[in-house]
Design a protein around this ligand. Sequence first.
Ligand code: PBG
Length: 324
Amino acid sequence: MYPIKRNRRLRSSEALRSLVREQIITPSDFIVPLFIAEGKDIKERIPSMPDYYRMSLDHTKKEVLELWNMGLKSVLLFVKVPEELKDNKGTEAINPKGLMQRAISAIKEAAPKIIIMTDVALDPYSSFGHDGIVENNKILNDTTVEVLAQMALSHAQAGADIIAPSDMMDGRILAIRTLLEQEKFHNTGILSYSAKYASGFYGPFRSALDSAPGFGDKKTYQMDFHNRKEALTETELDIEEGADIVMVKPGLAYLDIIRDLSNQIEIPIAAYQVSGEYAMLKAASQKGWIDYDAVMYEQLVSFKRAGASLIATYCSKDAVRILG
Ligand code: PBG
């Protein structure tokens, strides 16, 4: 009780504050999403994601080396697929010479120790812009899962370290794990987007990859953001099915979900600070309305405080710069 207990005592200098600090972030907490495009010498701005680029493989190779040298240890790959290669079956997704598969080997060559995570979902490959195969305006679950497992296998064969299914089909983790085991990819990990909500925050990402749904929305497979308990059910199932890491997405509006999971489960949790969150930060700072570095750092710390041990973020390089 006052004056015996003065809470300000431990806040009186930076040295004291850092002594009692609960959370710290380091470059190795970050997963860096990369957008990869076909072609040569391409480094295209993404209008809705300032300072972020789509890069061809030559630039991607330079980029990953730079990331590794900055202490950033993992990348999460997304590809922009040329329109003429899209269909309703994800044919290009399992092409051993596809852009994703070539990107994996190119990155392995440029930065052999960097951890390569690959997005598994059909949307960049789908003529309908959906994460699964479409029939009569419905997204089919089980036939999609078969293709996703093949897609995961082809990423593993190309050298991916961790497969990251973001599609939210039921049963896909078990199907992927089973096929990987069968094909002797015992050590290829799975980072499952377990609690992925149908969110308006993905808008800039969809324009970056030209992957917006052609009809309807993703609410029959991604989660309803009015719900909290469902996140635990989804995540527990994915863990039983063989996920090594689970993810909550989006990030900031879902800190309660990260905290719930972190109270209940024992495997590492990743948070994804998604494209819309990044766009908001950048836009407000470009207007001079917020201090980008300060607000970005505060948000990243909040993910760790909520219980995430990894953070996928477009701010990774900026964060390393301010971590010094
Ligand atoms: C594709 C996928 C999406 C994101 C990651 N993987 C978009 C979506 O589900 O529509 C979003 C990432 C972001 O917004 O930064 N399945």
